[in-house]
Design a protein. Structure first.
Length: 364
């Protein structure tokens, strides 16, 4: 990093050179000038790090790396079973791929940030003597809070997903409040007050309104005036950000139901042929595609799907919410936009091997 770049990072964004005390790595998001935001649930904090990626933009327009787990394990000096990839993000300029990785298991696991170049070159992101700042999550659940959401301890889902929009870092997750499902809006640089809203949705497969389970993944929508979010078991919900006031209770509009016994893993939107589409990767259901125009025309879903009583082990009928399409891309765990013309998918096989594969949006 040049002295000029350092001066910009320190002066413009309030970063200081040092060693961020990251205890765990989870959700990732890129902000202005390639600053990387890293969610740390163990430490109940979010870090902004100038990773110094000044590479020229990838001109290949595709990234395809087969069998990534084997060289990644060798690079980290561990077995493939000791690698847990928590999230993936693509640098907006260089198009390098960044992974948040926990090396090891349990309390002995170590947080690592990994960079993968378009040619598959693996390197780690230095976390010593780097420009960074942090925002502590003051209302995070205590580490010994016994409450569970979808079998996860409440503290471990303090931050479930993030996205930087128009000077704000949008952060989904939970708080220590009774209505624990929370959306935070954190001004960046981290100099302002965090704006917080509790969330409520109608869960079609559960047949009730809920305030505890957090958003699992979300994407900005409608020119950043709202977000589309997905929850476990698997409602898709739209939240309007217009006229949003801190400390208020925010009701979502459930616009789709993808099926029970499932957890959404990632979500992206993309444009092809002048139309916008949503892609949602799932733990137990296929990769799902929905036309955003159909979402816009969908009224709120406020009634339980009674047919679930007869089909508890199967997916919901496609008549619940807008039409959707199951895509033939098995094992997709993470999604990211690439160059505006491709979607990058992280595939994981049952045997543990991992692949990065790019798909032209016109083919999806």
């Amino acid at each position: 990093m040049t002295e000029r770049d350092l001066a910009i990072a320190v002066g413009k964004y309030g970063l200081e050179v040092g060693t961020p005390g990251i205890k765990s790595v989870g959700p990732l998001a890129f902000g202005p000038e390639g600053i990387l935001f890293v969610g740390d649930n163990v430490g109940a904090a979010i870090f902004a790090i100038d990773i110094g990626d000044r590479d020229l933009a990838n001109q290949q327009r595709e990234i395809n790396v087969e069998n990534l787990a084997t060289p990644l394990a060798a690079y980290l000096g561990c077995s493939r079973d000791d690698i847990l990839i928590r999230d993936m993000a693509v640098h907006p300029v260089s198009q390098n791929v960044y992974l948040s990785v926990m090396r090891g298991r349990g309390q002995a696991a170590l947080p690592v940030l990994i960079k993968v170049g378009p040619d598959g070159t693996i390197s780690d992101v230095p976390l010593e003597d780097v420009p960074f700042s942090q925002s502590l999550i003051e209302d995070a659940a205590a580490e010994d809070d016994p409450r569970l959401v979808s079998r996860d301890q409440l503290r471990t889902v303090t931050v479930t997903d993030m996205c930087y929009v128009d000077g704000l870092l949008l952060v989904a997750g939970t708080s220590n409040e009774e209505f624990s499902s929370t959306l935070r809006r954190i001004p960046f640089p981290f100099r302002g007050r965090t704006l917080t809203n509790s969330l409520e949705i109608f869960h079609v497969s559960h047949g009730r309104y809920e305030t505890a389970a957090p958003i699992r993944t979300f994407v900005p929508y409608a020119n950043n005036t709202s977000i589309l979010a997905s929850y476990t078991c698997t409602p898709v919900v739209q939240f309007s950000l217009r006229d949003l006031k801190s400390g208020t209770h925010l009701m979502g509009k459930t616009v789709a139901e993808l099926g029970a016994h499932n957890r959404p893993l990632d979500i992206v939107s993309y444009v092809t042929g002048g139309e916008e589409f949503l892609l949602i990767s799932n733990a137990n259901h296929p990769l799902t595609k929905i036309a955003c125009n159909d979402i816009d025309q969908q009224g709120p879903l406020t009634e339980p799907d009674r047919s679930l009583d007869e089909r508890r082990d199967g997916p919901l009928s496609p008549t619940v919410g807008p039409p959707r399409q199951d895509l033939p891309h098995p094992g997709v765990r993470r999604l990211a936009n690439l160059n505006g013309s491709h979607v990058l998918m992280l595939h994981e096989e049952e045997a543990g091997e991992i692949h990065l594969r790019s798909y032209d949006v016109a083919t999806l």
